[in-house]
Design a protein around this ligand. Structure first.
Ligand code: SF4
Length: 289
């Protein structure tokens, strides 16, 4: 893995169009403390849309996705500067997704702690509207005490299937059992938690996966597919090695059946279920007593 330190000019990226700017409750900004992703050589890297975005392709045209990571060494300092310069009413409108082009808890975070330093900044500003921390990495458990101190933080954990054998037969990735454990630990720590089945990969059965999701401890469940969620109605995914390895990649009916099952059983458990973009952008603004 080629890891380099990079200095950037801005760390909060406005979301004016695209997936995260959709309704009903859009994000205002994305935040990535790294460029590239060290999970890129695992299963999710086979279909990851971030490998097609300019902030990777322009900087690293010769490098394979998942073989290099840029550590934004000034990310936390820039975040602190940006939040400190805002009027309180501006900060109160901020809805931040961390991260849309990398995993904030990818393996280098264990050493470089850029995500942790950003959370330390957020913990000093209690007045933002929303921070979603999106990861598939069990390393996030390390920072649950910090997330507890951020009243608008949601931990969002990707669990795209319940079939470990299927993931392993492709290119692996963080163990599913450890991701389920992360969700449970977050719930027990009082951290708001959602699971994103994104994109939904082949799973055991609707009932088995659905029940596990419903009993996981997560308060929100989101189901997505490559056709709905890759930002190009499947065109990007069609160009990936995943489309070669998984001929059923563009079948959305299993994901719809899982969604329908969850939606039918969730309300009595006080769980919210969402589909694709509307699910990701479905966390309402904070309410104040
Ligand atoms: S963890 Fe996310 S950003 Fe990283 S390779 Fe996988 S899908 Fe892409």
């Amino acid at each position: 893995m080629d890891i380099t330190a990079v200095e950037v000019k801005h760390v909060l990226t406005p979301q004016r169009k695209g997936f995260l700017a959709g309704g009903p409750f859009p994000f205002t900004h994305a935040l990535s403390a790294y460029t590239g992703c060290a999970f890129g050589q695992t299963t999710c890297g086979m279909y990851c849309y971030a490998q097609f975005l300019p902030n990777w392709t322009m900087r690293n045209p010769m490098l394979a996705w998942g073989t290099a990571v840029g550590v934004k060494s000034n990310a936390a300092a820039l975040l602190e500067k940006a939040l400190a310069a805002m009027k309180p009413e501006t900060r109160r409108s901020l809805r931040i997704f961390m991260s849309s082009t990398t995993d904030p808890y990818q393996p280098p975070e264990r050493t470089y702690q850029m995500t942790r330093h950003c959370l330390e900044v957020f913990a000093r500003y209690p007045d933002l509207d929303l921070l979603v921390i999106q990861t598939r990495s069990p390393l996030a458990e390390r920072d649950l005490p910090l997330m507890q101190r951020i009243p608008y933080a949601w931990l969002s954990v990707t669990i795209e299937t319940d079939d470990q054998g299927y993931l392993t037969s492709l290119k692996g990735g963080p163990l599913l059992q450890r991701r389920w454990s992360l969700v449970r630990a977050a719930r027990e720590a009082g951290v708001l938690t959602q699971i994103t089945v994104s994109p939904c990969l082949p799973f055991s059965s609707v009932e088995r996966f659905g029940e596990r999701l419903l009993q996981s401890g997560a308060r929100r469940l989101i189901v997505d597919t490559p056709m709905d969620g890759d930002g190009s109605h499947g065109e990007r995914t069609a160009r990936t090695t995943f489309a070669v390895a998984e001929p059923r990649w563009n079948e959305t009916s299993p994901a719809h059946r899982l969604y329908d099952y969850l939606a039918a059983h969730a309300s009595s458990l006080d769980i919210t279920v969402g589909w694709s973009n509307a699910g990701f952008c479905g966390i309402p603004p904070r309410t104040y007593d």
